[in-house]
Design a protein around this ligand. Sequence first.
Ligand code: DGY
Length: 321
Amino acid sequence: MAEKAIILVTRKLPDNVEARLARDYRVRFNHQDKVYSDNELIELAAGADAIIPCHTERLHADVIAQLPDSIRAICSFSVGYDHIDLDAARSRKIVVTNTPDVLSSATAEIAMLLLLGAARRAHEGARLLRTDAWSDWSPTGQLGIEVTGKRLGIIGMGRVGQVMARCARGFDMEVHYYNRHRLTADLEQGAIYHANLHVLLPLCQFLSIHCPATPETHHLLNADRIALLPNDAVVVNTARGAVVDDDALIDALSSGKLFAAGLDVFNGEPNIDPRYRDLDNTFLLPHIGSATRETRDAMGFRALDNLDAIITGKEPQDRLV
Ligand code: DGY
């Protein structure tokens, strides 16, 4: 019988996923859930057939160049793949996969939570209670912005953006979107397409970002584009921090141009720009878009389906290169 393939798993994965891995492969687990340095990752990959990383591992060109020849696949436990240099992987004939679809609902839930929380100042209210500082009900206290019936702009109408649009329709929001391509009418579900951001942005009382981080979307939300938003707009980001220019967003939140921002992703995670913490009009979460039991199991199983296919010489369903 052929020896089982050796798999390097860079982070602690859900128990059900690790159980399937242990059943089918010889696995280098990371039960301490330590974030490996580049050198540790390269050393631990010696003799392995494949790596299952998360977005916390930066598989840049220089890391990929130093991976042992035994590595045939990188099956990421993530939908985002901005942490992997696809060209470098292609040049080394390493197959790369991600985990689309399975985290769309969980991520849209967090986007909606951020949108509601930022608009209704949920964290300020929660803080009043937790610090025992709630002195009285007031007709003019804690006034937020009503969500129902407002216009929502979505940047990136992929799977998560489409679920977000469905959630928003539950609040009678009018959904507008910008995407590389216009969706078909059955996927649009009445959402209004704009081919240009400068047409979309002035309409957005709420703006939710769902596009991937690429060289083209780097700092897409910059000072010029924020200036196009209506005053008192609310910005939500559950995609990647790199899509936002922190200086521009922080300026707009400090000056009162924007009412609030709800952010789950940041440049330089987990070392976020400390100015976000000092602002009362930010509702901040620690990159938990996909953090449900169901979704994290589903992400793991999707990564393993891809791995199984590659190891047995079949085509993985989520091949990126
Ligand atoms: C993803 O899957 O890309 C999420 O951001 C978690 O990594």
